[in-house]
Design a binder for this molecule. Structure first.
Ligand code: PBG
Length: 327
């Protein structure tokens, strides 16, 4: 008996393959993470992330301008600051004249059409390299909320379009929403790092920020990679706390979580294709072991297929250089 049903008919040439293609990626789906640094005069490549730089305040403007020309309009900004400015209260995060807030202001002044997503977390400013206030070697949830609320407000005042708490403290989404609303920032949205796992894939990012924890690890606040039901609990809480967008992080080892999110919420879903995922592709490509572009495209599409609407990726600019255009 020869087969009657032949799925290969829908693959026989590029035209029919394109007609039946289920998922597509466009430059509108991408958010580009960018590092700004007070410690460099122009730009400095991150050792474990070839092609990704820490930019000075001036250089970041040029970078954003070149991204806008490619149609890439949304940026997640992260600060790299001098060790001397770090403390247990993340004081520098509220310094109006400090690197981060002044850079946000400058970017929004020069490029009002750019969409700026700010990082709400203590680790870039913490002398302990943790995402919360350290009390007796532990991370104090509720003392941290107070700081995160002030940080988010300062970022909104500087012009942030969306704030993104990446810390994993309990209750922070609702806490930040209340503070923003009380201060007439009802229009500033919250991108919640909803299911953020305690992952080894963050290694290169911590190189970029010099933000590795000085003691212990982040397992008392970030999630255990073995768990998926717990991610649904986090999702339920962030929906109840009025997150605008919910995120899964990292992306690749957690495609199942993205897919579960898709089935459990009407909210838009973001996924963070993190530093270690980028570094692995770059390293293998450097060795000549894989075809970087094809692997990159396949990875980004797989994240969409899993159910993400939005992807944060260090590949965003490369991808936009190949396929993006101004719309
Ligand atoms: C911490 C934070 C991390 C990342 C973004 N925000 C790492 C961490 O939890 O130590 C990682 C992003 C990446 O690896 O690309 N608030």
């Amino acid at each position: 008996m020869l087969p009657i049903r032949r799925p290969r008919r829908n693959r026989k040439n590029a035209v029919i393959r394109n007609l039946v293609q289920e998922n597509h990626l466009t430059v509108n789906d991408l958010i580009y993470p960018i590092f700004v640094s007070s410690e460099t005069t122009d730009k400095e490549e991150i050792r474990s992330m070839p092609g990704i730089y820490r930019f000075s305040k001036d250089a970041v403007l040029k970078e954003i301008e070149s991204c806008l020309q490619l149609g890439l309009k949304a940026f997640a900004l992260f600060p790299h600051i001098n060790e001397r400015l770090k403390d247990n209260q993340a004081s520098e995060s509220m310094n109006e004249k400090g690197l981060y807030l002044s850079t946000i202001r400058l970017i929004k002044e020069k490029f009002p059409e750019s969409f700026i997503i700010t990082d709400v977390a203590m680790d870039p400013y913490s002398s302990f390299g943790h995402d919360g206030v350290v009390v007796n070697n532990e991370i104090d949830n509720d003392k941290t909320l107070d700081i995160l609320g002030k940080m988010a407000l300062a970022q909104a005042q500087a012009g942030a379009d969306m704030v993104a708490p990446s810390d994993m403290m309990d209750g922070r989404v609702g806490y930040i929403r209340t503070i923003l609303d009380k201060n007439q920032f009802t229009h500033v949205s919250i991108l919640a790092y909803t299911a953020k796992y305690a992952s080894a894939f963050y290694g290169p990012f911590r190189d970029a920020l010099d933000s590795a924890p000085k003691f212990g690890d982040k397992k008392t606040y970030q999630m255990n990679p073995a768990n998926s039901r717990e991610a649904m609990l986090e999702l339920e809480l962030d929906i109840a706390e009025n997150a605008d967008i919910v995120m899964v992080k990292p992306a690749l080892a957690y495609l199942d979580i993205i897919s579960m999110f898709r089935q459990h919420t009407y909210l838009p879903i973001a996924a963070y294709n993190v530093s270690g995922e980028y570094a692995m592709v770059k390293a293998a490509a450097f060795k000549g072991w894989i075809d970087e572009k094809r692997v990159r495209d396949e990875i980004l599409l797989s994240i969409k297929r899993a159910g993400a609407d939005i992807i944060l990726s260090y590949f965003a600019k490369d991808w936009a250089t190949d396929y993006g255009k101004v719309q």
